[in-house]
Design a protein around this ligand. Structure first.
Ligand SMILES: Cc1cc2nc3c(=O)[nH]c(=O)nc-3n(C[C@H](O)[C@H](O)[C@H](O)COP(=O)(O)O)c2cc1C
Length: 336
């Protein structure tokens, strides 16, 4: 748990502790401080009682949050249990996307930094919404969640009201922490179903009526948040941010994934765009934001200072699978 207390709040606590000591009510001090910290700690509390401060972003730890099958050998480094995982996005029906198992790096590329061969500053991906469909998730992952007591946020994408209703019904049968609604995949054409602020507000309100899980909305830096976030208070319980379209980061450079439309860029290189966007969201709404583009240890504190209430690790898992766990453990040690 991470605590940010302003000077004014600190003085307030000190005064209270002093008063309490005067009153010689031994438990009051402890209880009050506990109560007070509850209000200022940086974590996200959902209406169903779940809370989290470290998230593994969609696409990073597979569909069930325990890691991708081809990377499980690295789980001793990744330590999936340290995070609340968001599953890879599923749709109503199976989708092929661009990933091909015989050429896994065909639609994922690493962006190199200036400091040598092992210096990476981001990842470009055009995996798109490749997935086996929601029914697969319910049948394969649903029982595993209960059996292994997994804490999973399911990620879904739908492009019509019928799909929304069917997906919601199926998710209601699963034991989930929350449902992340991905309305911002940078590798697919935006669906007319999500076009414009009115549609976003209406769809989220309709979804809330039929879904028993808290809703997390995954948006893009291209969304005009002031036009819909204020209306989503009480509907959406957290906001997350997707990768950024190539041309927004490199307007004059050709993408190595140009044949897929350019791809979505994630990681350190997106910070100059994603972080001001986080501040913008914080200015517009009190819905908690999950800060992303975390690449170095100091980035966690940086996004919290901007007002993010939890941090999310996504593309950093790819070049540096050990980093998120080492950051979390370091921070937990410091908080002890
Ligand atoms: C290979 C790869 C696959 C991804 N798949 C999904 C996905 O299925 N659904 C989704 O909402 N985001 C997906 N993302 C985006 C991440 O969840 C995250 O939002 C993005 O990487 C930005 O965060 P970061 O800069 O912290 O990495 C994917 C990202 C990568 C690199």
């Amino acid at each position: 748990m991470y605590i940010i207390i302003t000077e004014k709040q600190k003085n307030f606590i000190h005064r209270l502790v002093f008063l309490t000591k005067l009153r010689q009510k031994s438990n009051f001090e402890k209880d009050y401080v506990k109560f007070f910290l509850k209000e200022v700690v940086d974590l996200i509390r959902l209406s169903n009682g779940h809370q989290f401060d470290y998230v593994a972003a969609s696409g990073s730890l597979g569909y069930d949050g325990t890691g991708w099958w081809f990377k499980k050998i690295l789980n001793w480094l990744i330590k999936p249990k340290l995070f609340i995982a968001v599953g890879k996005t599923v749709t109503r029906f199976k989708e092929k996307g661009n990933f091909r198992w015989w050429n896994p790096l065909g639609c994922v590329k690493f962006l190199r930094g200036p400091n040598g061969l092992l210096d990476f500053i981001g990842v470009i991906n055009a995996v798109a919404l490749r997935n086996p469909g929601i029914e697969w998730l319910v049948k394969k992952v649903g029982p595993k969640i209960s059996r292994k007591k997994l804490k999973l946020i399911a990620s879904v994408y739908f492009k019509s009201e019928t799909e929304m209703l069917e997906i919601a019904e199926m998710l209601n049968g699963m034991d989930l922490v929350a449902v992340e609604v991905n309305i911002s995949c940078s590798n697919i054409l935006a669906s007319p179903f999500w076009h414009g602020p009115e549609a976003i507000v209406q769809n989220c309100r309709e979804l809330k009526k039929v879904l028993r899980h808290p809703i997390i909305l995954k948006i893009s830096v291209e969304h005009e948040v002031e036009q819909f976030l204020p209306q989503l208070r009480g509907v959406v319980e957290a906001i997350s941010i997707n990768s950024v379209r190539w041309r927004l980061i490199f307007p004059k450079k050709k993408s190595p994934l140009a044949r897929f439309g350019g791809g979505g860029v994630s990681g350190k290189v997106t910070q100059p765009i994603v972080w001001p966007f986080i501040m913008d969201i914080v200015r517009q709404t009190r819905i908690p934001v999950i800060g992303s583009a975390i690449w170095d240890y100091g980035d966690m504190a940086a996004v919290r200072r901007m007002g993010a209430k939890a941090v999310s690790f996504g593309s950093v898992f790819m070049p540096y699978p050990w980093r998120p766990a080492s950051f979390v453990k370091k921070e937990m040690e410091k908080k002890k």
